[in-house]
Design a protein around this ligand. Structure first.
Ligand code: G3P
Ligand code: CA
Length: 239
């Protein structure tokens, strides 16, 4: 079973920052998950929330800032003063960094468009990815089925994952219609009869597993990967 760092090594470093990605990579993770939103001037940026106050010293929506304004905010101090000066990365910065890393991992880029609809987000992400040849496997995911359908219309080849939370029936139809590589579900999804059935014929990645007991339970299932904020906790288990 693979171990993916959720928002980078976010248990010990500020989530979705370059240091969190670097530390996850150095630890030896199989994959890194990260979240993408879009600024007012159309820059793809790596941050989980639509608003910036939880993880920076600024206030407001990502979509209301120009990229150069967003870069002024500190994305590290909220976590620990030791990380003061970390910035909200642009997706291009993460891809540049990843393309320089020799060991191939999976980069799971989640399009954070489940509540806000960012115009042309799908086109922009694919266009940016087109500019790179890197060793890493890219998987794009979203909670918004229409976004996944749009991505598939734009690209026959990009690997896609359907994101699901809880028992949400019909995921198999979405997955089938977009030829999804994977389902990314939470443990509630995995342990429903529906999730159990789906795990027989789809690759399932489970988020977000930070607890050892839950890890042990999930590791007994047919699961491709778990996403965790603490990849260091699970390297000695079940690999
Ligand atoms: O991709 C799995 C997981 O990251 C989805 O939930 O809220 O952490 O982005 P969230
Ligand atoms: Ca995510």
């Amino acid at each position: 079973m693979n171990i993916y760092a959720h928002r980078g090594f976010s248990g010990k470093y500020p989530e979705n920052t370059m240091i969190a990605f670097q530390q996850a990579y150095e630890l030896g993770v199989d994959g890194i998950e990260l979240d993408v939103q879009m600024t007012k001037d159309g820059e793809l940026v790596v941050i989980h929330d639509e608003r910036i106050e939880r993880t920076t010293d600024g206030i407001g929506y990502v979509k209301d800032f120009l990229y150069r304004q967003l870069r002024c905010f500190d994305a590290g101090s909220w976590f620990d003063e030791r990380f003061a000066g970390e910035r909200i990365p642009a997706l291009v910065e993460v891809l540049d960094w990843a393309s320089e890393q020799k060991r191939a991992i999976t980069l799971n880029i989640e399009l954070k468009n489940d509540t806000i609809h960012y115009p042309n987000l799908e086109e922009k992400v694919l266009k940016l990815l087109d500019a790179y040849t890197m060793p890493h496997r890219i998987v794009l995911s979203s909670f918004r089925p229409s976004s996944l359908v749009h991505l598939r219309q734009l690209s026959n080849t990009i690997p896609l994952a359907v994101l699901v939370e809880g028992e949400k029936r019909g995921v198999n139809h979405v997955a089938q219609s977009i030829q999804a590589e994977e389902i990314h579900g939470d443990p509630t999804f995995l342990f429903t009869p529906y999730g159990q059935e789906m795990s027989k014929y789809m690759d399932i990645c489970v988020y977000t597993i930070n607890d050892a007991q839950l890890f042990t339970k999930v590791a007994k299932q047919r699961v491709k990967a778990i996403m965790t904020d603490y990849p260091d906790r699970f390297f000695s288990h079940g690999r």
